[in-house]
Design a protein around this ligand. Structure first.
Ligand code: SF4
Length: 408
């Protein structure tokens, strides 16, 4: 499996460090000890060099972990390297005005309010980063403490002001609802405050209890109680009402945006587009191959230093299984699945793959299906994971140990 396909227009960079592990989090991250960060950056730079020939980015997404935990010097090193490896990035960056407003380039960085400074934000802007995604989670300090977050509501407000001062005009704010003990009355002021701050995008996630997290262990030990489904649903529906009144548009189950400010990077992934992921635990999808890098910083560095691929697993789904995955992803978006585009992309008609499921789900008022477009109903959105399961097709996948985007 050699990489020789067309340009890949989307890059994900995973920075696997966090100041403190939040109690609910199952993402791969570790404390940001300096020598470790330096060794990781050196390895990340080697991986970027290996995939750079395939990249012509229209979106870049720095996620984690907490990318904003890097110091200015570390950012300068990494972003200079990225710019050196991907010439098109240099040309975009020199055109300062167009990168702010250009619809064809989006560069997002996830930030934690505890790690935002004006100098860092200005440096990121100077390198062309033009979208910040801030993990606010709540404007209630007691709930933040319950989640094990390292920051306060005041720090989040200060970070928003700092990011704006540095020139970020495209902001996403992340929130969590259905936190143990949270009431709808506590959720509403957070929502109203978020809207009043006039971000371009909001992501709101219902708290999930992931295995092997402190929160999950507290749940098992009955130290906290899961909010009942009716209360969580009421919070979700209130979020939709208030944001719609304020002129936001929901485009995915958990994501709403001002028109034109949808996250292009995520839209590409949900529409089944190719993207390259670099860094420990990063996933990618290239030329029909899906891969995942090893989720361990030391193992990742060791593989790169030995000249090996950091991908511990790459697989190519059967055409039917891939079609099922595409339908399940696309259903998360309000636009749903356009039947004609689906057939062009996969070679299958929807009713050919799911002759029984489509009328059944439509009968249960979980999907709308008019022969041209399939989408979730509002009720279906509340049960999205269950509906998606009906579209998953399990077939034997082809596997490989090679990184599908590596140039050698
Ligand atoms: S900051 Fe984000 S990635 Fe880090 S532990 Fe908290 S939720 Fe997880």
């Amino acid at each position: 499996m050699k990489s020789q396909g067309s340009n890949v227009r989307h890059l994900y960079v995973h920075i696997p460090f966090c100041a403190v592990k939040c109690d609910y989090c199952a993402f791969y991250s570790e404390p940001a000890q300096e020598t470790r960060v330096e060794r990781l950056l050196a390895a990340l730079e080697r991986e970027i060099e290996k995939v750079a020939a395939r990249l012509k980015p229209e979106t870049i997404f720095f996620g984690g972990g907490t990318p904003s935990i890097l110091t200015e010097r570390q950012f300068e090193r990494l972003l200079s390297h990225l710019r050196g490896c991907i010439p098109i990035l240099g040309s975009r960056i020199t055109n300062h005005e167009s990168r702010v407003t250009s619809p064809d380039f989006e560069w997002t960085i996830e930030m934690n309010p505890a790690t935002v400074s004006l100098e860092k934000a200005r440096l990121l802007r100077a390198f062309g980063v033009n979208r910040a995604s801030l993990g606010v989670q709540s404007f209630d300090d007691e709930l933040l403490r319950r989640l094990g977050r390292v920051h306060t509501a005041a720090m989040a407000l200060e970070s928003i002001a700092t990011l704006r001062e540095a020139g970020f005009v495209n902001l996403n704010l992340d929130f969590i609802f259905a936190i143990p003990g949270q009431t709808p009355t506590q959720w509403e002021p957070t929502l109203r405050r978020a809207i009043a701050l006039e971000p371009q995008h909001l992501s709101t996630y219902e708290l999930t209890y992931e295995d092997d997290t402190p929160l999950f262990r507290r749940l098992q030990a009955r130290g906290v109680a899961r909010l009942d489904e009716a209360t969580a649903t009421a919070m979700y529906e209130r979020m939709l009402e208030l944001t719609a009144e304020a002129g936001f548009r929901q485009y995915e189950i958990s994501n709403i945006a001002r028109p034109g400010r949808e996250c292009r990077h995520n839209l590409n992934a949900w529409r089944g587009g190719d993207y390259i992921g670099v860094g420990p635990s990063a996933c990618g999808y290239v030329d029909g191959w899906r891969y995942r890098n090893v989720a361990d910083i030391d193992a990742y560095i060791a593989r790169i230093e030995r000249g090996e691929s950091p991908a511990e697993h790459a697989e190519k789904l059967s055409p039917r299984a891939r079609a099922g995955e595409l339908a399940a992803f696309a259903l998360r978006m309000n636009e749903g699945v356009a039947a004609a585009a689906f057939e062009r992309q996969t070679g299958f008609r929807l009713e050919q793959l799911w002759p029984d499921a489509l009328p059944e789900l439509a009968g249960q008022k979980l999907v709308e299906w008019d022969g041209e477009r399939l989408r979730l109903t509002p009720r279906g959105r509340l049960l999205a994971d269950t509906v998606a399961e009906a579209f998953i097709i399990v077939d034997k996948a082809e596997t490989s140990s090679h990184h599908p985007a590596y140039a050698d």
